[in-house]
Design a protein around this ligand. Sequence first.
Ligand code: FEO
Length: 392
Amino acid sequence: MKPVEIAKGIYDVGVKDWNIRDFHGHSTHMGTSYNSFLIVDSKIALIDAVKKEFSDELIDNISQIVDPKKIDVVISNHTEMDHSGGLPRVMHRVGEDKPLYCSKMGQKNLSLHFPQHFNYHAVENGETLNLGRYTLSFMETRMLHWPDSMFTYLNEEKILFSSDAFGQHYAGYEKFDDCVTEDIMLQAKKYFANILLPYAPLILKLVEQVTAMGLDIRMICPDHGIIWRKDPGKIIDAYVGWSRQNSGKKAVIVYDTMWHSTEKMARAIADGLSEQGVAVRPMHLRRSDRSDIMTEVLDARAVVVGSPTLNNGLFPSLGDFLTYMKGLKPKNKIGAAFGSYGWSGESVKLITQELEAMKFEMIDPGVKVQYVPDEKALAACFDLGRKIGQAM
Ligand code: FEO
């Protein structure tokens, strides 16, 4: 793809990964992009590289604007390999003596990824770099979402290069928020739910700090997906809302099933919730990707989890999902468990223990049914749904 000039002398020279469908375990139905930004001024700076496999494409894109050897400084906002994997190749072309700007933790982490002795320059928080008519400021954003993460801000154009924050896994020729539909917000939400959710308190603190600083942001350039130029406040406000986790009247029923008994229970619970005016999303674990389920969990008040008992334990897909959800640390949730069993019936107890460990407010001991739910059992499930709905 041709580089795009996003502001005077500033180019997106990044690449599209059109066909990636599994990004270290997340489903990426719309592919993704690895954005990289070239600033051509008296000095020339490159912000972030791309995944290793796309290094040559990045270098070709840069070469359409300038000879890579003319780049004076390379900036690494984040060490994760979708942005640093191409660094060795880029530094080789740019010149390994050229300064590589990063945070202090960036220097440590890049050194642990690459054996080359790059000419690191670890920036102080708030340090600036003058390129000529443009000046860059560096802002540490530790644990958003790695210890090395930082933002780079272009003062004169008020552009925030935000690394992973505000990104979306989306590959498209459309470059800006005013060129895409509202669907992009779903991709941004999915990105937040699966990558940034554990750090929600830090995000709220950062937004407070940036507001107190009076930092004017005209454009946000994340490392994935589209650039926010029409309304950067929209994605910032969305991040604040998602970080607060003030959920609406919504429930997700996450379950697996062997012979449809637990599934019948899920449907009866969904009916009870729906009767209470709750928006319900029943999600079968082997039909839905865990990252799509977490996207729904993000703004749900209730998460109701069901599993058959298999060999005295949970169905394996539940182990996967509960481990994943626990790591993402969702807050302000109410929960309940349900499941069918043949002869031992541990699943409800095991789910309850897991949800309690995640600090879910458990509002019912749960419903368990031997073999196949009869009308009475389904009525109990319906009542459980109603009870959860009334607790919202
Ligand atoms: Fe897009 Fe944390 O890497």
